[in-house]
Design a binder for this molecule. Sequence first.
Ligand code: DX5
Ligand code: ZN
Length: 224
Amino acid sequence: MEKFIIAPSILSASFANLEKELDEVYSLGCKVLHFDVMDGHFVKNISFGSHVLSTINQEHKLFNDVHLMVSDPKFWINDFVKAKADNITFHYEALKNNNLINELITYIRSFNIKCGISINPKTDVKVLLPFLDKIDLILLMSVEPGFGGQAFNEEIYKKIEVLQGFKSKSNYKFAIEVDGGVNLTNTKNLVKLGANILVYGSYIFNSKNKKDSINKLYEEVKDL
Ligand code: DX5
Ligand code: ZN
C-alpha cells in the first residue's frame, strides 16, 4: 500500500462545476475520490446519494471511496455497489453491535469491494480491535462528522499510534485513513505516524491554486 494517498472529498467541491473539479484533481495525480454521504439523521446534514456517484467519475475511474455517515448503512450498500463504489466505509456508532458489524463487513466484501469502518473523535479506538483482522480500511474522524471546513482535532494522533502498533505486531493489512481538517500543517505528522490515506475537502477545493496546494503536500512527505 502506498505511503501517502490524497483522497479529495467532493463534499467541498463546487457542484456547479463538479466534472471540471474532478478533471483538475485527476490531472494533478489524485487516484482516489472520497464521497461523504450524509443522511441528515446520523449527522445533522444531508449531502448526496448514489446517483451523484453513478453520474460522475465515469471517465477517469478514480477509486470511489464511499464514506457512509448514515444510521442504517446496510440499507445503502446495494445502491452504492451498483454506482461503482470501490470501498464502502460505515460508522461503528451506527451499529455498536459486534455481530451486526461483522455481518455487514462480510456483506460488503461479498461484492468484491473493499470495506472500511469509521469512528468519531469521541469513540475509543479499542472498539475496533475485534475487526482488525478482517477490515480493509479504518477511517479515523478528526472532526465531528457532518460538515467540511472544521478544525482538526489532534486527539487523533494517539489513535493512529495505537493502530500502527497493532499493525506492526501482526500481519494486519488495513489502511489508516484520516478525515476532517486535514491540511498542509498536519499532513507530515499524520503520515509519519502511519496514516496513509488522507481526506482533503476544503484544503483542496477552496484552494486558489489546486496544483500548488497538492504539490506542497507531496513536498511535505517526500523525505518520510
Ligand atoms: C465531515 C466530512 C469532512 C470532509 C473533509 O463529515 O467527512 O471531514 O470529508 O472536509 P475538510 O477537509 O474541509 O475538513
Ligand atoms: Zn468523509
